[in-house]
Design a protein around this ligand. Sequence first.
Ligand code: DSN
Length: 489
Amino acid sequence: MSADSPHTATSTTSPGAEYADTASAAYRAALQVVESVEPRIAAATRKELADQRASLKLIASENYASPAVLLTMGTWLSDKYAEGTIGHRFYAGCQNVDTVESIAAEHARELFGSPHAYVQPHSGIDANLVAYWAILATRVEAPGLADAGAKHVNDLSEADWEKLRNKLGNQRLLGMSLDAGGHLTHGFRPNISGKMFHQRSYGTDPDTGFIDYGAVAAAAREFKPLVIVAGYSAYPRRVNFATMREIADEVGATLMVDMAHFAGLVAGKVFTGDEDPVPHAHVTTTTTHKSLRGPRGGLILCQPEYADAVDKGCPMVLGGPLSHVMAAKAVALAEARQPAFQAYAQRVADNAQALADGFLKRDAQLVTGGTDNHIVLLDVTSFGLTGRQAESALLDAGVVTNRNAIPADPNGAWYTSGIRLGSPALTTRGFGPDEFDRVAELMIDVLTNTAPEGSSKAKYSLADGTAERVNAAAAELLAANPLYPGLEL
Ligand code: DSN
């Protein structure tokens, strides 16, 4: 971080620096034990830290969890089966898992102001699957059972079950399209969500790139979905969830919000009011490892009417809960309830803005012309490149990104025309607006010095000296903002 950064005084990054000596001793001991059994795994683990320390990580969905979160995952809580939910398990001896799961759920409820939290999902996709089945169970199965005078699906006659199964399999879902920034699980046909529902998607305004709420409402009125999904993986703007809820209410749909990408901005109170999905959505899902900076996993928040069905996620959809990860979720959520996390979340948004401004002032093209969340979506067609070529050339120069489709992408979802960038990880390292401006400058250096090879959408050549020049400049930025400062293996 530069000395004159306006944010220096409020720097609250690199969680864990205060206990780095203890964490170092723990990791050294742990890796010695691993080494004695399978040295290649110990070596790969050490190398991963060295590689992450040595690269500019701009993948919008990644972050660096604190050593406290990481250490919590490495325990014998992993050894216990605990299918079911708190106080209602299919195995004996789950008293400590009950404690862990209760604490994690309590932190999630308090942090997000939600009446109910379910912390078992192993990933975001799992969380979305549980949410879909909870909505179907609440909105379709429960009334179907009541109509048949039954309490449980096992009590139905074959004929009544067939009728109910057809109803469950014939519901409609309206979600944001993949190329507009939605996620695979929001009804993309190759994903299970696009097969279990009749699906339709809403896009973004072709001129502005912003969500057109009038078009969403028109699609909802015409399609009459059971579920409307809001949320995104590659949309660089905020969403008005109050408006989405009005649309859902008008057509009798359940509003589900997938806040996996921006949960940290919700937790950190950057997104409040109409931009906070939790009070507006019936069901909110998230991952815990992106901007929220926790362990790899998911969780669900919901209104009381969906709670019973959500709590049946395991064993309905999920395998046995990962108790060691639920423990780490509790630790991460406790961290996110600290004032320091709010300062971190604000810096994530400020830094994304600085990155976007850095590109715009150097005449690069951004989808929607900028950002107001943690994502910047760079259109690389003006450099004469595909996303695939740009991603590879940037990696050669030590800049880790991912290629991403842009709306109506002429290169499709594999080669793409965009590069998705995010500020959460480098913000955790301590980067501020000045450093993000420099990152934009370095990326432009790489992209202007990259040329496609022939008609290939994948092959490229980088002008001599570019990778070395940018790697050296990146190394200076990284050295000034160390990852896991004080952690010595
Ligand atoms: N893979 C996540 C992302 O990068 O956004 C979503 O599944």
